[in-house]
Design a protein around this ligand. Structure first.
Ligand SMILES: [Zn+2]
Length: 345
């Protein structure tokens, strides 16, 4: 039932944009009235425009019955957004803590979480799901129970029906592969900025490896170390806080990384860049800012517009993250043997 309600919300609020036509008809009618009113009044100055829209009050009454005052009648989008916000609030206020945490994450204001839903499928760019991956990803996105049978995790914990444990368990399948796939995308982008970019470069003096990617000259001639990690949005220790604020788990992960490596890297004249995201797609503000900078740097060679480069990088990361979320579930349940080769990629 929750999933059915969520279907109607737009991507940026955690839905799939499949609106009921009845619910969209009122904003569509009022939007078209207001679009036409100006034109009609110019074409026929002496015509009583208000008499031309006899059902307008009816549509406005509909909004008033929902306790929404359609203050701005200039566009269908504005009116529809009011309905969407109200539906989101009603779903959120009647959800469990777990679903509230998930909704906060997928409806995060950055809009990055839903990047995978807006990406045009392009297998050669890694922007495509297999059919089975997509079905599982949509179930995770909507918070729909995954499967009736719940075998134990390899860590012997009981797996919940939403798959949260599998996305967060350190023993879970494909977690390292997911991390490596995300690192590979950032590595590829940085290579377009500098040919000396390397994976897992250690600091010479103590052989520690503070990051997944090393850039010899990222800021004002200083070397940079980028470290990427994925934190589970619904891990038990953060779920209560995550229900009130998006990105809590990612922020904690970023803090832990900072404490660990920042001083070491700074002592060696370098900069440390933790790139932390959550399983449902929220990145920390610092990570988003850093990824935007990386995307901007790629445009020097590629010549593509900055906004496009940023969108492309974030979408590739989003698609990869959600593909691996689905892969982790599929792998554990031993499902979809026809996708066996794909699951290993
Ligand atoms: Zn486990």
């Amino acid at each position: 039932m929750l999933g059915l309600k969520l279907l109607q919300l737009p991507f940026h609020l955690g839905g799939l944009g499949l609106r009921e036509s009845q619910r969209s008809s009122h904003p569509a009618f009022l939007g078209s009235c207001n679009s036409a009113r100006f034109l009609v009044s110019r074409l026929a100055p002496n015509f009583d425009v208000t008499s031309f829209f006899p059902d307008e009050n009816c549509a406005i009454s509909y909004f008033q019955s929902l306790s929404i005052l359609p203050s701005n009648l200039s566009s269908q989008n504005d009116l529809q957004a009011s309905l969407d916000d109200q539906l989101f609030a009603s779903i959120f206020n009647t959800s469990t803590i777990r679903d509230q945490a998930r909704l906060r994450a997928v409806a995060h204001s950055s809009g990055v979480s839903s990047g995978w839903l807006k990406a045009i499928p392009q297998p050669t760019l890694g922007l495509a799901f297999s059919p089975h991956e997509f079905v599982i990803a949509v179930r995770l996105w909507l918070g729909v129970p995954l499967f009736p049978l719940l075998p134990l995790c390899t860590c012997l914990s009981v797996i919940d029906q939403f798959g949260d444990h599998l996305l967060g368990c350190s023993h879970g399948p494909l977690r390292i592969q997911c991390h490596d796939a995300l690192v590979s995308i950032v590595h590829h982008a940085l290579l377009q900025d500098h040919p000396g970019v390397l994976r897992e470069q250690s600091i010479a003096s103590d052989q520690s490896r503070p990051g997944d990617i090393y850039h010899p000259d990222f800021t004002l001639g200083r070397p940079a170390y980028f470290d990427l990690s994925v934190r589970c949005t619904t891990q038990p220790s953060f779920i209560s806080a995550a229900a009130s604020k998006a990105g809590v788990a990612a922020a904690a992960g970023e803090g832990a990384k900072d404490d660990h490596y920042l001083e070491t890297v700074n002592n060696h004249g370098g900069d440390f860049f933790p790139l932390v995201c959550e399983s449902f797609g929220v990145w920390t503000p610092f990570a988003l800012s850093t990824l935007s900078t990386i995307a901007d740097r790629t445009t020097v060679k590629s010549g593509i517009p900055r906004q496009f480069a940023r969108k492309q990088l974030l979408q590739r990361l989003s698609v990869t993250l959600w593909r691996y979320n689905a892969k982790m579930i599929l792998r554990h349940y031993g499902l979809c043997p026809e996708d066996g080769i794909d699951l290993l990629n």
